[in-house]
Ligand binder design. Structure first.
Ligand SMILES: [Fe+2]
Ligand SMILES: [Fe+2]
Length: 407
C-alpha cells in the first residue's frame, strides 16, 4: 500500500514539475513571440518613415525609441564618418549627451573606431574594464556594455551606431542581430539622403549655369532674372497662391528669358532702333525657352510659365495671343514682374523709371497688358517690391528647399 502511495506521490510531484516546466516554457515562448512581434511592428513602423530622407534626426529618434525598448540600452550615438579619418557624434541620446557630443574618435580608436575599421557589428560587455573602449572625458567610470554597428552602403562607410548599457547590464547575440536590422535600414536611409542632396546641388548648379548663360549674352539682364524671380514670388505669395504656384513663379521668373540663349547676341545688344524683322527674331525667345525647359524633366512644370510670359491680358501679346484666364497665372505674374524690372532698370530704347513711376505705368496698362488682380497685388505690396531694389539679390535665393517641392 505504502509503495503504491509513494509511486503516486512521485508521479504527482513529477506531473506538477512537468506542468510548471510547461507553463514556464509557454511563458518564455509567449515573451519571445511578443518580442518578435514588437520587432516586426517596429521595423514596419520605421520603414514607413524612411521616405523622410532629409529628416535624419527624426529617423534616429524613432530608431532609438524602438531599440531602447528592445535592448534596454541607456544611450544611443550616431557617429558620422568625416570621410577622412574621424568619427564625429551627430546624434546622441542619453544622460551623457553633452559629454559625448564633444568627443571625437579616430578610425581604429576606441570601440566604435574599431568597429568602423573592422566594418563588423560587435558588442563588448564590461567595457569599462577593457583596454579597447575609450573613456569619454567628463563621465564616471561606470560598469558599462557597448554594442556598435557600422553604417555601410555599397561597402562605403558612412558612420557607426553605438548603443551603451550602464549599471552592469550586458548585451547578447540576439540584441546584436536585432540592432543590425535597424542599422541596415539607417544605412539605406543615409546613403539615399546623400544621393538626394547630390541631385539637388546638381540641379541648383544647372539653374545657376542657365541663368549665367543668358545674363552673359544679354548685358541688359544682369541680375534681371533674380529680381524677376523675387518679385514674382512676392506677388504669388501675396495673392495667396498655393505653394506649387509660388515655386513655379519663382523658377519661371529665373528662367523666363532662357530662350535668349538661342537669339543672336548682335540682336540682343543692338542699341539702334530695332526693325520689325529683328523684333520677330526676339519674339521667338519664349518658345525657344519652352522647348529647352521641356527637355529637362525636373523643370517641365515651369515650361508653360516661360512660354506665355509675354502674353497680354487683352490677347495682344505673343506667341499665342492668349487672353485673361487662358494665360497661366504664373505667366501673368512673371509678365508683370518682368515689366517692373525692365522699367526700373531701363532698356536701350527707354530710360529708367522710378519705382513710383513704374507703379503708375502698371495702373495705366492694367486690364490691357496686365492682369488687374496682379497689378492690384503689386500696389498692395509696394514696400516689399521696393525692398528688392534696396538690397543686392544673391544667388542664395536658389538654395531653398521650396524649389524642390513641386519639381
Ligand atoms: Fe522675355
Ligand atoms: Fe525679361
Amino acid at each position: 500500500m505504502n509503495s503504491i502511495l509513494t509511486i503516486i506521490s512521485v508521479l504527482l510531484v513529477l506531473s506538477i514539475g512537468l506542468l510548471v516546466y510547461t507553463v514556464l516554457k509557454l511563458r518564455e515562448a509567449n515573451l519571445k513571440i511578443a518580442k518578435q512581434t514588437l520587432i516586426l511592428n517596429s521595423v514596419q513602423k520605421l520603414s514607413r518613415k524612411m521616405y523622410q530622407l532629409e529628416n535624419r534626426e527624426f529617423f534616429f529618434t524613432e530608431m532609438w525609441s524602438i531599440l531602447k525598448q528592445i535592448t534596454d540600452a541607456n544611450e544611443f550615438t550616431y557617429f558620422k564618418f568625416d570621410g577622412i579619418d574621424a568619427l564625429i557624434p551627430e546624434f546622441v541620446e542619453g544622460i551623457y549627451k553633452e559629454q559625448i557630443l564633444k568627443s571625437r574618435l579616430k578610425i581604429g580608436e576606441g570601440f566604435s573606431g574599431k568597429v568602423a575599421l573592422d566594418k563588423t557589428p560587435q558588442y563588448l560587455n564590461g567595457a569599462n574594464k577593457s583596454s579597447i573602449a575609450k573613456h569619454v572625458p567628463g563621465t564616471p567610470n561606470e560598469d558599462s556594455a557597448l554594442l556598435a554597428a557600422p553604417v555601410i552602403f555599397n561597402s562605403e562607410l558612412y558612420g557607426v551606431i553605438l548603443l551603451t548599457k550602464l549599471g552592469g547590464k550586458s548585451f547578447n547575440k540576439e540584441e546584436l542581430n536585432i540592432t543590425e536590422i535597424f542599422v541596415n535600414m539607417a544605412s539605406s536611409l543615409i546613403a539615399g539622403s546623400r544621393l538626394v542632396s547630390t541631385i539637388k546641388s546638381g540641379f541648383i548648379d544647372m539653374l545657376k549655369t542657365l541663368i549665367t548663360a543668358v545674363e552673359l549674352k544679354d548685358t541688359y539682364t544682369a541680375g534681371h532674372s533674380l529680381r524677376v524671380s523675387r518679385i514674382s514670388e512676392i506677388i504669388a505669395k501675396n495673392m495667396g497662391l498655393p505653394k506649387n504656384e509660388v515655386t513655379k513663379c519663382k523658377i519661371g521668373g529665373l528662367l523666363h528669358d532662357i530662350g535668349k540663349i538661342g537669339i543672336s547676341e548682335e540682336i540682343l545688344k543692338k542699341d539702334t532702333p530695332i526693325t520689325q524683322d529683328l523684333l520677330t527674331e526676339i519674339f521667338r525667345h519664349p518658345e525657344l525657352g519652352y522647348r529647352l525647359i521641356k527637355k529637362l524633366k525636373t523643370l517641365e512644370g515651369v515650361s508653360e510659365t516661360v512660354l506665355y510670359h509675354h502674353e497680354w491680358y487683352n490677347g495682344r501679346g505673343y506667341p499665342k495671343g492668349l487672353k485673361d484666364g487662358q494665360i497661366p497665372i504664373s505667366s501673368r505674374i512673371v509678365h508683370v514682374a518682368d515689366a517692373i524690372d525692365a522699367m526700373v532698370s531701363g532698356r536701350p530704347h527707354s530710360k529708367k523709371k522710378t519705382l513710383d513711376e513704374t507703379f503708375s505705368e502698371l495702373v495705366d496698362f492694367s486690364g490691357t497688358q496686365f492682369d488687374p488682380k496682379v497689378v492690384q497685388t503689386v500696389l498692395n505690396s509696394k514696400d516689399e517690391v521696393k525692398s528688392v531694389y534696396a538690397e543686392e539679390i544673391k544667388e542664395t535665393i536658389l538654395d531653398d528647399e521650396e524649389l524642390f517641392e513641386v519639381l
